[in-house]
Design a protein around this ligand. Sequence first.
Ligand code: GRF
Length: 195
Amino acid sequence: KRVAILISGGGSNMVALADSMTGDHPARPCLVLANTAGAGGLARAAERGIPTAVVDHRPFGKDRPAFEAELTRVLEEARPDILCLAGFMRVLTEGFVTRWQGRMLNIHPSLLPKYRGLHTHARAIEAGDAEHGCTVHEVTPELDGGPILGQASLPILAEDTPESLAARVLPLEHRLYPEALRRFAGGDRRRFTLA
Ligand code: GRF
């Protein structure tokens, strides 16, 4: 299976995914694509010998379909079987999502369906939740709303700030996403909880 990973920033989830696809793993990374040339993850992909591409969304302004048409053109050259959104910060239209639905995953830093959207760590603390975590789900047109593949959780500590909580959730993401991709690429779509 060929996996294209879409990033916007440092790409720590991309690195975790890329480094997990070895040995008898049924998938290999075929492309890392960023929506900005400044994404730090591009260099980390290149040093791993993974082909990279940039499709900057800014020249397209508000014309999301035009941006996504270019995204699709670049993606299709890499012939991916699976797309992994990993810290990809652009909302995708229903048209794009429908085209890739069933083959596109995303990781979200909350225990969905709680806290869709942004600022998830602050919202969990604000709500007084005892635990928080991350979710890998299939991408559907509903933002952060697709079928859940896997979740991992941890306790929220009394002294947690959004930053300290995010710093503990990120390594959990790096364990959850590779496990979710391994199962998904192997044809197992049953929901699981990371031990
Ligand atoms: C992080 O906030 C992570 O929780 C979310 O995307 C952001 C950047 O992740 N999934 P990465 O280091 O670019 O993978």
